[in-house]
Design a protein. Structure first.
Length: 321
C-alpha cells in the first residue's frame, strides 16, 4: 500500500531530505538550499511517499505566494524563474512518481528537472533550458587535444584575440575571499537590473552560500588580472571530482576577457584531471562555440486550479493509492 504524507515543518522537511535525497552535485546539499530558504522564506510542502513503512519518494515543493503556485524547494525566484539546477522528483518507480504528482493540490511550475523525470513522458513536461558541461576525460585530460576541436581558422582568431589581452600582462590570483565582493560589483555594473544580485534576497543568499562553501573548503575564487588590474572574477564550488562555476563578473575595460578566464578553467580542469566542469544554463553564445556538452533540463507545469488550497500537516494522510 502506497501512502503519501505532506509535511510543512521545515525541520521535518530537512530530516526527510537528508534521508532520501541523492548527493550527486552541489545543488543536492540541504545546506546550499537552506541559504536560499532563509532569504525567501517560502512555505515548504514536501510530499513524501511510503511503502510498507519505508520512504520511497519525495516531491520537495515550496508554495510561492507571489505567484500562487508550487515550485521546487526552496522556490527562490528571480524575474519569474528559479535559479538552482539539477532539481528532481525522487521516486523508486513510475507508480511512486505519478502518485506524487497526482497529490499536488494547486498549480505547479517546477524548473530545471533532470532527465530522469522527462523519461516518464509526463503530460505537462517540456524542455526547459540547456546546461553546458566540460568533460576533460573526453580529451585525455589534454587541453591541447581539446583545442583541436576548433577549426584552424578559429584557433588562429582566438589566439590573436587572447594574445592581445595577455600582452597587457596576465596574472592570476586564487582564493582571495574578498574578491567575492568584487565579483558582485562587476556583475551588477555589467547587467544592472538584469543581474540576479539586483535582488537583495538573492544577493544575501549567495553571500551566505559562498561563506558556507568557504568554511567547508569547497569554494574556489579565480581572479584574472591584466596589467595589474582586476579584469575578471569567477566563483565556483568543488563537489567531489566536479567543479561548478556559480557566478562571475568582468571589467568592461577588457572586452573578451570572459573567454580568457573560461579557457583558464578548462585548462586547469585538465591539469587537475577533474571529472567535469559545470557551466550551468544560459548560453550567451560562447558555450556552444567552446564545444561544451549540452545537458537538457526540463520543466513541469501542472495548471490544476484547486477550489481550496490546503497544506496538510505531517500527521495527516492523503489516500492517493
Amino acid at each position: 500500500m502506497l501512502k503519501i504524507r505532506a509535511y510543512e515543518d521545515l525541520d521535518e522537511c530537512r530530516k526527510i531530505w537528508q534521508r532520501i535525497w541523492p548527493n550527486a552535485c552541489v545543488f543536492d546539499s540541504w545546506s546550499v538550499r537552506d541559504c536560499f530558504q532563509k532569504q525567501y522564506n517560502n512555505r515548504p510542502y514536501f510530499l513524501v511517499a511510503e511503502r510498507h513503512g519505508k520512504l520511497c519518494g519525495l516531491l520537495a515543493l515550496s508554495w510561492i505566494e507571489e505567484r500562487q503556485c508550487f515550485s521546487h524547494f526552496p522556490g527562490e525566484m528571480w524575474q519569474g524563474k528559479t535559479w538552482l539546477e539539477q532539481n528532481r522528483i525522487a521516486a523508486s518507480d513510475t507508480d511512486v512518481f505519478k502518485t506524487l504528482l497526482g497529490c499536488i493540490q494547486g498549480v505547479a511550475d517546477i524548473r530545471y528537472l533532470t532527465h530522469e523525470s522527462m523519461l516518464l513522458d509526463e503530460e505537462g513536461m517540456s524542455l526547459d533550458e540547456t546546461g553546458y558541461l566540460f568533460f576533460p576525460g573526453q580529451y585525455g585530460y589534454s587541453f591541447k587535444e581539446y583545442m583541436q576541436q576548433f577549426s584552424g581558422k578559429s584557433r588562429k582568431k582566438l589566439g590573436r584575440e587572447l594574445d592581445r589581452l595577455r600582452a597587457l600582462g596576465l596574472s592570476m590570483r586564487y582564493d582571495n575571499f574578498s574578491d567575492v565582493d568584487l565579483m558582485f560589483r562587476m556583475n551588477l555594473e555589467t547587467f544592472k537590473k538584469w543581474s540576479y544580485f539586483n535582488d537583495s534576497r538573492f544577493m544575501n543568499a549567495f553571500e551566505n552560500l559562498f561563506a558556507w562553501l568557504h568554511q567547508k573548503g569547497l569554494l574556489r575564487v579565480t581572479t584574472l588580472l591584466l596589467g595589474g588590474k582586476e579584469a575578471a572574477v569567477d566563483v565556483g564550488a568543488f563537489w567531489g571530482s566536479s567543479y561548478t562555476v556559480l557566478a562571475g563578473g568582468t571589467h568592461p575595460e577588457f572586452p573578451g576577457v570572459a573567454k580568457l578566464i573560461n579557457f583558464h578553467h578548462l585548462e586547469w580542469a585538465c591539469c587537475q584531471r577533474l571529472e567535469e566542469v559545470d557551466f550551468l544554463c544560459g548560453n550567451f553564445g560562447w558555450k556552444e562555440r567552446f564545444h561544451l556538452t549540452r545537458r537538457p533540463l526540463y520543466q513541469l507545469h501542472l495548471p490544476l486550479e484547486p477550489e481550496i488550497l490546503q497544506i496538510h500537516h505531517a500527521e495527516e494522510r492523503i489516500a492517493c493509492a
